[in-house]
Design a protein. Sequence first.
Length: 169
Amino acid sequence: MKFSSLIYPPAVVALLAVSVSLVFAASQEFTGKVVGVTDGNTLTVLRNGKPERIYLNGIDCPEKAQPFGLRAKHFTSNLAFGQIVTVKPTSRDKQGRTFANVVLPDGRLLQYELVRAGLAWWFSRREVDQRLRDMQEEARLAKRGLWVDPNPIPPWDWRPRLEPGQAKK
């Protein structure tokens, strides 16, 4: 059977179109003003005048109620809030969240600065950027930020400890 003679159900065609558009949208670099900082690794950036939530690729910051969580949020705010940044999307997850590298006006990557400051973990389950691993190890050895604690709890281990309905703050 020739490929051109195959007939696909409309649902398959629609699913394929959505998948292609998500991949295309995730790959579109843009610049925009940071108009919100939810926590250390979550920003709201204007894209064509519309707010878009961006999750920093490759890292995870402490939750606001965790030690160093508010400090990570303030650090991110100090570097990015009100700035025009370049957002380089890397992926979207099953929930449709956009993960991206965020380039500050001076050319630095925001997630690198958080890890260097000891205010974020390299999220090794999703990110292969070995520079993040090296920066995390350097911050840990220097006991910067959250690494003053000999056994800091990563946010992915801390979140399940919350009672159902308890705010992550």
